[in-house]
Design a protein around this ligand. Structure first.
Ligand SMILES: Nc1nc2c(c(=O)[nH]1)N[C@H]1C(S)=C(S)[C@@H](COP(=O)(O)OP(=O)(O)OC[C@H]3O[C@@H](n4cnc5c(=O)[nH]c(N)nc54)[C@H](O)[C@@H]3O)O[C@H]1N2
Ligand SMILES: Nc1nc2c(c(=O)[nH]1)N[C@H]1C(S)=C(S)[C@@H](COP(=O)(O)OP(=O)(O)OC[C@H]3O[C@@H](n4cnc5c(=O)[nH]c(N)nc54)[C@H](O)[C@@H]3O)O[C@H]1N2
Ligand code: SF4
Ligand SMILES: [Mo]
Length: 618
């Protein structure tokens, strides 16, 4: 084959879901860059996206199945690898039934076809599977409770805003293609404000930033709602207005100043920004909703949009994580006989250690719980003692290192024929293969189908994958924009009244002196820090406020240990005038970090990752 131009999508778990145009000779990528006709992401790919061609060939890439053998790893052939996987899983099943298999997957990439893999435990009877979100479901449930049918602002709507309020959201790092829209809004006269717990590239970009103590958001947002009620009253047609007023009037100004750490002038400025700027759009981030109060905060921020009369107006409203619903054919993925045992995702380790009947085989695909779930030390201990564990990954993740067998998979840019939507914009794109996979790696659907066959199961995986593609191609509410690219049009939903929240969840009680806030890093996505292939040179950095550094006698560059009852991690102190007192900030996925992280879940079963406390040991 000669040179051919193809379009594909960056498959990372990232709101932008960038369109990519590349040239390939069928084996290798010859040129690679942003897709010029993508309505939101044309113009540029971020560094992580640009690195895909190098990543496909990179030194971190696994090249053959690996078996843990005493203290080291031994390369083995695929026949032996599949035989061992079948044996390991059937041994567990024969001892304790289908629930003795853990099937764990998460968001290593966001291809729609991944859903076909979820049939694996379902066909065995259900297995043991993790339930609950580490990411955005907590905040989403808060928005669904207040305004399930409400239209949420689209990215370009900020061009009609007079004010944009980013609430615990860091798009200059995590959602880069939002920045040109925010810059465009500002050019047209809009003011961009950010509520944060530290200074970030986003606060640097913003016209105004309010730095508050983590977790004080709920009191602050309620107080702003109370001010809006005094100014505008309760809008007609909304439910629970009276009961909500009582909640909103509870935090008085003194309490809010004390809880947030804002000064009087800062609070007044935030108040007038929120109450006097219209249209105002509020964009909540993922950081502040990884807490027991995450859904409540989303409901209260949604109420603030309603009370300031911004709901449903051009340039106004409240936005968060916007999924495109209805892309999957439910009937294809349904196995009526499946009856899984659910365990909490964020509390995975302890649940696995205590499971009865015990879990004696683990199959992990596109998931990295030893890096990304709370109380990661328990998950590591579980995996290290589990009679059989297999991880399908393209690199040696922290989780893969704890398994007994690691199977190397091809990457989305070597497969094609799948679909990616976005949790920020409304474009759906088809993927295409740009390069041949390295010899020795296999497509994960083929691997699962072969292990399933060894267990006596039919191949429902490939038909389900094909059915997902057919279903997406057939949806009439997807408008074709260009080859392999569609725009999703919202389907009419029955209008439901806005419902103010009537009860709010209580935050966790602090367990130690400093709140540990773990944030998403610029150079890698979630747990996929490829430097982890190399031995760590220096401990990860942790950022302290100047006040805490002085109180604790810390100096910049000093190694100290962060400790709590779950474990200990050595970090390098960074003094940061931008961090709120009482807080220590670290980038997610540093090796050993999630050992410290809280395994608790919210009343809805989602993670409380940012409700973690540590002490410092010098
Ligand atoms: N470069 C890069 N981009 C990514 C990712 C990545 O790993 N790297 N991951 C992707 C994924 S999976 C997600 S979910 C998104 C996350 O995207 P974001 O939500 O933008 O990122 P986070 O770092 O999770 O949190 C945002 C901010 O919340 C602040 N924060 C923490 N606790 C509180 C609090 O109590 N109150 C307030 N007001 N602020 C608080 C943090 O300081 C942080 O700057 O990013 C996506 N994009
Ligand atoms: N402390 C702390 N923890 C967090 C967060 C935080 O802010 N702080 N954020 C949370 C959030 S928002 C999220 S979304 C989760 C993410 O949690 P995960 O999705 O578990 O995170 P990753 O490590 O990015 O991805 C899982 C694994 O999938 C692999 N992978 C990537 N592509 C493929 C593929 O095509 N096939 C296969 N088989 N494997 C693949 C990666 O190499 C990686 O080892 O983490 C959560 N954990
Ligand atoms: S990681 Fe996100 S911003 Fe970067 S290229 Fe991929 S989709 Fe785009
Ligand atoms: Mo996420």
């Amino acid at each position: 084959m000669g040179r051919e131009l193809r379009h594909t999508v960056c498959p990372y778990d990232c709101p932008d879901s960038c369109g990519i145009t590349a040239e390939t000779d069928g084996k290798r990528i010859l040129s690679f860059g942003p897709r010029a006709d993508h309505p939101y992401t044309r113009g540029f790919l971020c560094k992580r996206g640009q690195e895909w061609p190098a990543r496909l060939q990179g030194p971190a890439r696994l090249a053959s199945p690996l078996l843990r053998d005493g203290s080291g790893w031994k390369a083995i052939g695929w026949d032996e690898a599949v035989r061992r996987a079948v044996e390991g899983i059937s041994n567990a099943l024969s001892r304790h039934g289908h629930r003795s298999l853990l099937y764990y997957s998460y968001a290593g990439n966001i291809l729609k076809g991944n859903e076909a893999q979820e049939l694996f435990p379902a066909l065995l009877g259900g297995g043991t599977v993790a339930k609950g979100s580490l990411c955005g479901a907590e905040g989403l449930s808060g928005l669904a409770a207040t305004d399930p049918s409400g239209r949420r602002p689209r990215p370009e709507s900020v061009l009609e805003s007079r004010g944009v309020l980013l609430w615990g959201r860091n798009p200059a790092v995590t959602n880069l293609h939002f920045m040109p829209f925010l810059a465009g809004a500002r050019k047209r006269g809009a003011v961009v404000g950010t509520v944060e717990v530290r200074t970030t590239p986003t606060t640097a970009f913003s016209d105004r930033a309010w730095i508050i103590r983590p977790g004080s958001d709920l009191a602050l947002a309620l107080y702003l709602c109370g001010r809006a009620i005094r100014l505008n009253g309760i809008p007609e047609g909304a439910e629970n207005g009276e009961a909500f007023s009582a909640l909103a009037f509870a935090p008085d100004r003194c309490r809010v100043l004390e809880e947030t750490g804002l000064d009087g002038k800062g609070l007044e400025e935030l108040e007038s920004f929120v109450l006097e700027t219209r249209p105002l759009s509020i964009w909540m981030g993922w950081g502040p909703q990884r807490a027991r109060t995450g859904a409540s905060l989303a409901s209260v921020l949604d109420s603030l949009g309603m009370l300031t009369r911004n709901r449903g107006i051009p340039g106004g409203g409240v936005a968060f994580n916007q999924e495109i619903e209805g892309l999957l054919p439910e009937e294809v993925l349904n196995v009526p006989t499946s009856c899984p045992r659910y365990i909490p995702r964020n509390g995975l380790g302890k649940a696995l250690l205590e499971a009865d009947p015990p879990v004696e085989a683990a199959l992990i695909v596109r998931g990295n719980p030893v890096s990304q779930c709370g109380d990661a030390g328990s998950t590591r201990r579980f995996l290290e003692d589990c009679p059989f564990s297999v991880c399908l990954d393209y690199r040696m993740s922290l989780t893969a290192r704890c398994c007994s067998l690691v199977l190397p998979v091809s990457l989305p840019m070597e497969r094609g024929g799948d679909f990616v939507s976005s949790y920020w914009h409304d474009i759906v794109q088809e993927t295409s293969a740009l390069a041949a996979p390295p010899p020795g790696v296999r497509h994960e659907l083929d691997i699962l189908a072969e292990i399933a066959k060894g267990l006596g199961l039919p191949d429902r995986f490939h038909p389900a994958f094909e059915a997902i593609g057919r279903h997406i191609r057939s949806l009439e509410w997807l408008e074709p924009l260009a080859p392999g690219m569609w725009r999703a049009h919202p389907r009419p939903e029955p209008e439901k009244p806005f419902r103010f929240p009537v009860s709010l969840d209580a935050p966790a009680v602090p367990e130690a002196s400093l709140r540990l806030v773990t944030v998403h890093a610029k150079d890698y996505t979630n747990g996929q820090d490829l430097r982890q292939a190399l031995p760590p040179e220096t401990p990860p950095e942790a950022f302290f406020s100047l006040a805490d550094a002085e109180r604790l006698g810390l100096s910049d560059g000093q190694p100290v240990a962060l400790v709590n009852r779950r474990g200990k991690l050595t970090v390098k102190v960074r003094l940061d005038p931008g961090t709120a007192p009482g807080t220590v900030v670290a980038e997610q996925a540093a090796e050993g970090l999630n050992v410290l992280v809280s395994p608790e879940t919210t009343p809805r079963g989602h993670s409380c990752i940012n409700e973690t406390w540590v002490d410092v040991q010098v």
